[in-house]
Design a protein around this ligand. Structure first.
Ligand SMILES: Cc1cc2nc3c(=O)[nH]c(=O)nc-3n(C[C@H](O)[C@H](O)[C@H](O)COP(=O)(O)OP(=O)(O)OC[C@H]3O[C@@H](n4cnc5c(N)ncnc54)[C@H](O)[C@@H]3O)c2cc1C
Length: 388
């Protein structure tokens, strides 16, 4: 998903640097469409998301490698955690990537719809991933099942595990908790029982707020399910009835995890990078954090102390970030380093010769072998002359 996003962002941002349209001010030349802030809003998040997914994928791969070594030694301790986080990551990354690739396509206007842009094919590949290798809703419910049982244990002191008939991460983590051991890395925030805190707009503060949203959504889902069971529904029916909330809780958990992994990995890598590169990569992390804060205001209003003035400040910070990233946008997609043969796009080649390539593609059609097709002279012209 990270790679497809990088491909789509490369095509769309290069095209947006070539395409000129409309006027920002009267009597001035048409600007590159990349100078429209709405265009930046559509596209820069695709770069940041590609980085976030790529770093999270590396983290997951490392966990997978560790679990494989552990399994060879008969240790299955981290296997449930790998399962729980991989399930929701698969669903959230494929769904976000499909949305963003489609957004890249639409950001290229009518030309993005042309097969020769290669964006429709990229969308076809990415949206398929929402279904194969584990249908996304089913994956989200896998993660939810495990979290649900853990939350149930933490609030009620026992599991509904027997009724759900599942050997899960939740049970495993709950057992850990019973023994006084800390929860696994991806779940640790669930044991935070501190009360409401003042809103903090730093990336660390936003991560903490997203964790509160995830814990709050999980808690609401658990409460609903308990009510349904109390009202006489079977555990399975109560689960099904609360499953929209459970999927939302899984999604929130996953988003907080991606954001915190993205931030910590960039911070770790930044130690060995030049100051200017470090600054740009941090701008992208901040952009990602604020973008999702503004996307999830309803949740944050429910579960954190964010206020209207915090939101207003965040909107300004977001607009400033778009402005700061703009001069580096083309450099950032060039840095994905895709060859033209791989991009296979009339709109996204390195040399920016979009219109020459579009003309070349149009000339491949037999209908365009002559500048005016003979059918015009044979059928249309006489008809039009007769009518006129
Ligand atoms: C492009 C592509 C390539 C594929 N390649 C392969 C392949 O190489 N090998 C292979 O074996 N298969 C392959 N598949 C099949 C793929 O694995 C299945 O399509 C996928 O697992 C979903 O199963 P399904 O089609 O039966 O959908 P269903 O399970 O019928 O899903 C239909 C709907 O029901 C919902 N639903 C189903 N179960 C639940 C539940 N428990 N709770 C809530 N909602 C539920 C889903 O969310 C979805 O909305 C491929 C599919 C695609 C699209």
């Amino acid at each position: 998903m990270a790679n497809f996003l990088a491909l789509a962002a490369t095509v769309a941002i290069r095209y947006a640097a070539i395409r000129r349209q409309s006027q920002l001010k009267p009597n001035e030349p048409e600007p590159q469409i990349l100078d429209f802030v709405t265009q930046q809003h559509k596209l820069f998040i695709a770069i940041a998301t590609s980085h976030a997914f790529s770093l999270t994928a590396t983290w997951l791969w490392d966990l997978y490698s560790k679990v494989n070594v552990d399994l060879a030694a008969g240790n299955t301790n981290d296997l449930p955690e790998l399962h729980a986080i991989a399930c929701c990551l698969k669903a959230v990354t494929s769904s976000d990537a499909a949305g963003l690739v489609e957004r890249c396509r639409m950001s290229c206007g009518g030309h993005g719809y042309m097969l020769s842009s290669n964006l429709p094919q990229m969308y076809g590949m990415v949206t398929a991933a929402c279904t194969y290798e584990g249908e996304n809703t089913v994956m989200m419910l896998q993660t939810a099942r495990q979290h649900f049982i853990l939350q149930d244990f933490m609030t009620r002191g026992h599991f509904i595990r027997a009724a759900l008939n599942f050997q899960t991460f939740g049970c495993f983590e709950a057992a850990k908790r019973k023994q006084g051991k800390p929860l696994s890395f991806t779940m640790a925030y669930l044991s935070d029982r501190s009360g409401p805190q003042k809103w903090d707009s730093s990336v660390d503060g936003i991560i903490m707020s997203f964790q509160r949203v995830a814990a709050g959504k999980l808690s609401s889902a658990v409460t609903s399910m308990k009510k349904y069971i109390k009202s006489g529904l079977s555990t399975e029916d109560a689960w099904n009835k609360a499953s929209v909330q459970l999927v939302a809780a899984s999604e929130a958990h996953c988003r907080s995890f991606i954001l915190s992994t993205y931030h910590s990995e960039i911070r770790r890598k930044a130690a060995s990078l030049s100051a200017p590169l470090k600054a740009v990569l941090h701008q992208l992390v901040e952009l990602y954090a604020i973008y999702w804060t503004l996307e999830r205001l309803g949740d944050l209003l429910l579960f954190t102390s964010i206020t209207e003035s915090d939101v207003s400040a965040l909107r300004h910070a977001y607009e400033d970030l778009l402005e700061k990233i703009r001069p580096n946008a083309v450099g950032l997609v060039d840095a994905f380093d895709y060859r033209d043969e791989i991009l296979n796009s009339t709109l996204g080649a390195y040399d920016g010769r979009v219109y020459e390539r579009l003309m070349g593609e149009a000339l491949k059609s037999p209908l365009n072998a002559e500048s005016v097709n003979q059918s015009f002279y044979k059928y249309l012209k006489p008809l039009m002359q007769g009518k006129l």
